[in-house]
Design a protein. Sequence first.
Length: 348
Amino acid sequence: MKSVKPLGPVMLDLRGPSLSPDEKDKLTHPATGGLILFSRNYESPDQLMNLVAEIRALRPDILIAVDHEGGRVQRFREGFTRLPPASRYRERSNGQLETAETMAETAGWLMAAELRAADIDFSFAPVLDVDCGISDIIGNRSFSRDPLEAATLARAFARGMRRAGMAAVGKHFPGHGGVAEDSHLALPIDRRPLAEIEARDLQPFRILIEFGLEGVMPAHVVFENVDKRPAGFSPFWIRDVLRHRLGFDGAVFSDDLSMAGAAFAGNHVDRARLALEAGCDMVLVCNMPDAAEEVLESLENHANTESESRLRRMRGRFPLDRNALLSSEDWGRAVELIASINEQPGYA
């Protein structure tokens, strides 16, 4: 049996649906602590479970994550329930917030249960951004344009995740909904004053943190009138606001350092260093294997016991058997409800 290694500060990705020899080396590198899966890594539930089992044989302790929030952002499709975008719960609730809460909690449970049945630790969900009507990259990924409604429904979604044994990651702190640009392609600039951000965008984060939110992902957005650095590289946003003012004691994951919104910080090694210095516990380096290798080498001797403790709390809390799940009444009822929200077959 493989010995448990310390969790390093880097989350990597894979090129395809199986592990290559060089990827096996990267997974066992001392700076590696996590792996994020994409659509290119998925062919079927059986293939996914075999891939995860192979990864666990190499690194039993590694965190395995995926972006699987629903709507446009759901990496595994065929063989998993198609989840609606977050805005759909409120739209289909006939004006009843309690009904929307039930829908959101059911979706959170269903998403998490299906992923946990494949031994995936967590999804980067829920989105806590408040839609301001100007961001295409957020848009219907937001639960609501009203901060308190967004918080209520995101909390319900996270509550469902928790019932399935999955930790939640709120994104994109302190809020990506107030800018039009896509941080995958550019560095968005938000010129609103801090008071407006506190009154609107921070509300879902504050409420979810009180609920016990386990993880947060900062935005690659510059809030120009607050700090000249993007939030994911800003000690003010991560240490002062998130940790001190809001009292968050969970894990902080950088957004992908390969995105255009992170380019201001220099090369990937510099980006990783600045993000960790700002207060991130783990940095994501995706879609650039050579850059990921450089970051790993630069952080080979990096150690932070507080970060590692926070990261270990992101592990899935209990195993789920896929066959038992798919034959359960709870799963059947949840799929039926989600299908009615989608107005299309819920399971493909």
